[in-house]
Design a protein around this ligand. Structure first.
Ligand code: PRX
Length: 655
């Protein structure tokens, strides 16, 4: 953990508005007060029985489990380990024939094209692509990397992997070739699934071209499946590349699902930490799926007639749990939109809600803030009466943005579920139950039944008192937790369990809990940034910067930003003389482009400052806290007596 995390965490925010569940909503809600109390009490008194009952009730097992939790190799916990199941059967086949003609996916492309797939059609597509994978020798346990636009085939490919027990790893389409290559190689993937291109912000994002640039450095990959989406020209390597439509044309329409153990890895998803390269978070099959189904019911109150829209890309955990798996497992109708919120204008999201009668809408505070900034006229142009529930995820939502969302999108009628969770937690952990919980703008509410969240001080003792900041930890294992870091069990232990001697799962977030038991997340306490809700490690960006020939040293910190939550601020020491004037401007352009190529456009520093030295302690540690204050334009209040080079402060401040 960073130096900052050692300090007492003070919280200054104060918010006392409350919103009880609207009577009409509460009356129809799936989870009512009595059931909520029953779930909480059962989890408290008989934790394992609680989870066993959920897993028996919610999942379709090929072979039922007899053991609930195995903690012999803690923190490598195993859940329902002797059970067998298939995840795609739990998401699709189980709804047939009853829901054969119910839309599973409603898709809208950025150019405005739309498509609907019923549950029967989805099964047909999944089976054919599963057979296409098998046709290329992909089998249970093999890794398949997806680098796709937000189109139904992304979900189809994920489900097809699940059907045959292959492990998918989706790489966000906005990541660069270098990032894609590193993830493919870490996972040792046999195949990649991509598209010629996808539509985003009025442009074609050429995914296949990015793939082509790096695939020569990925010796494990023998096949690249290419979906024709944008119609842009592509180069072709006949021995390796195969069009999606050709691969499925000859594929059989029957693919018996492969039974996998409950603990069989369903997917890897790479995410940034405070040290080293992104790590492959490994999720299980049964426990993970259980988390997504339960939270679809508990938190999203999902009903048969809902049209559920989560705006997250499948490249992030939110797009896994609440696009590719949860909504289907719950038998809902899922809306997928390919493009950006501002295309052709900032009314696009609201137009989609009107056109497809979206009833549950889930997005990130960054998007809410950006759309709020465009004014109230855009949502006012559309009929949003189909909406009944709104959600927020990815970063703390400031009360002003919450109020705007509540008033202008939810028209005061829709509860807002602010959901706290992480790539590692698999599904919501702390979130309101919309028919029961009174909402407080800016708080994600109480921990869900069976989730033992607490706040501890830096010795690991619960802070106890209300409104005292500390580290957010989870005290007991839960079924949808990550299982390990792919091929790096030590890193799993070091990152999540070491801090308090294995007593708790350490989230890396700071938080406080108020007198009503509501959690207020205060942000990361480590060197992880949240830029537009996307998670980036400062070290990754620093490594990219120092790989540039002119850069000798770099330190990256976050700076509060009204729209993106945090903005990336880089302090750079160049080789030779410190640049100024046009040279500095040109280098800044160059470095921004460089980072974009190495990681992806989301990692581009918003600000780059050049300095002769970085502020370091006498033991050589960069004083990040100081840099954070400088980046935020705040006065320096911390003790600088340990600074090796105190004169540097004025230069950093831009004097
Ligand atoms: O800092 C917390 C923040 O996002 C982090 C997890 O990021 P990631 O793994 O990318 O997953 C994002 C989507 C689940 C957390 O450690 N975070 C997530 N949700 C919230 C949040 N911060 C405040 N409120 C939330 N609702």
């Amino acid at each position: 953990m960073s130096d900052q995390s050692r300090d007492t965490i003070e919280s200054l925010s104060h918010e006392d508005r409350t919103f009880p569940p609207p009577a009409e909503f509460a009356a129809r809600a799936q989870i009512q007060e009595a059931e909520y109390r029953r779930l909480l009490a059962l989890a408290e008194t008989d934790y394992e029985r609680f989870w066993a009952e959920q897993a028996q009730a919610e999942l379709q097992w090929i072979q039922p489990f007899t053991r609930t939790l195995n903690d012999r190799e803690a923190p490598h916990y195993q859940w329902f380990e002797d059970g067998l199941l298939n995840v795609s059967v739990n998401c699709i086949d189980r709804h047939l024939p009853d829901r054969a003609n119910k839309p599973a996916i409603i898709f809208e492309g950025e150019p405005g094209d739309t498509r609907r797939l019923t549950y029967a059609e989805l099964l047909h597509e999944v089976v054919r692509f599963a057979n296409a994978l098998r046709g290329r020798g992909i089998k249970k346990g093999d890794r398949v990397v997806l680098y796709m636009p937000m189109v139904p085939e992304a979900v189809i490919a994920m489900q097809a992997c699940a059907r045959i027990g292959a492990i998918h790893s989706v790489v966000f389409g906005g990541f660069s070739g270098d990032s894609l290559r590193d993830r493919i190689n870490d996972a040792e993937a046999s195949a990649v699934v991509t598209a010629d291109g996808g539509f985003r912000s009025g442009r074609v994002i050429e995914l296949k071209a990015v793939c082509d640039r790096i695939i020569g450095d990925c010796p494990s990959v023998h096949t690249v499946f290419v979906l024709k989406r944008a119609g842009n020209p592509v180069t072709w390597s006949p021995a390796r590349d195969i069009w999606w439509h050709e691969a499925v044309a000859g594929a059989g329409a029957d693919c018996p699902p492969v039974a996998v153990g409950a603990e069989h890895p369903l997917f890897l998803l790479y995410t940034s930490g405070s040290t080293g390269r992104p790590k492959g978070i490994q999720h299980s099959s049964a426990g993970y799926l259980l988390g997504t189904i339960l939270t679809m019911r508990w938190v999203f109150d999902i009903r048969p007639d809902d049209v559920f829209w989560c705006t997250a890309d499948v490249g992030w955990i939110t797009g896994h749990s609440y696009v590719a798996y949860g909504p289907l497992a719950a038998g809902a109708t899922l809306l997928m939109y390919e493009g950006a919120p501002m295309v052709p204008d900032p009314g696009r999201y609201w137009q989609i809600c009107e056109r497809h009668k979206v009833s549950v809408f889930y997005t990130a505070p960054t998007a809410i803030r950006a759309l709020k900034k465009q004014g109230d006229d855009y949502p006012a142009r559309y009929d949003l009466s189909s909406l009944r529930l709104l959600g927020s995820v990815g970063e703390p939502i400031n009360p002003e943005a919450w109020m705007w969302y509540h008033t202008h999108i939810g028209h005061g009628r829709c509860p807002i579920v602010d959901t706290w969770w992480q790539t590692e937690t698999g599904a919501h952990m702390i979130a309101p139950i919309p028919g029961v919980s009174t909402l407080k703008p800016g708080s994600c509410g109480r921990a869900l039944p069976g989730i033992m969240a607490d706040i501890v001080d830096n010795k690991g003792d619960p802070v106890g008192a209300a409104n005292t900041g500390g580290f957010l930890v989870i005290k007991r294992p839960w079924p949808f937790m990550l299982r390990t870091v792919w091929r790096n069990p030590q890193r799993y232990i070091d990152t999540y369990w070491k801090e308090f001697d294995g007593r708790y799962y350490v989230s890396g977030d700071g938080a406080k809990r108020d007198a009503d038991g509501y959690f207020w997340i205060m942000g990361r306490v480590d060197d992880v940034l949240k830029v537009s809700g996307h998670r980036l490690g400062t070290m990754e960006i620093e490594s990219a910067l120092v790989a540039h020939s002119r850069v000798a040293e770099a330190a990256v910190v976050g700076r509060p930003d009204e729209l993106t939550g945090e903005a990336i601020c880089a302090f750079v020491v160049v080789r030779g003389t410190r640049p100024s004037g046009p040279d500095a401007e040109a280098l800044t352009q160059d470095l921004r482009q460089w980072v974009s190529e190495h990681i992806g456009p989301i990692a581009k520093p918003a600000v780059i400052r050049y300095t002769d030295n970085l502020p370091k302690t006498r033991s050589g540690k960069i004083m990040r806290r100081l840099l954070r204050a400088v980046a935020a334009g705040e006065p320096i209040t911390q003790d600088v007596s340990t600074l090796e080079n105190p004169d540097i402060i004025r230069q950093l401040q831009g004097d």
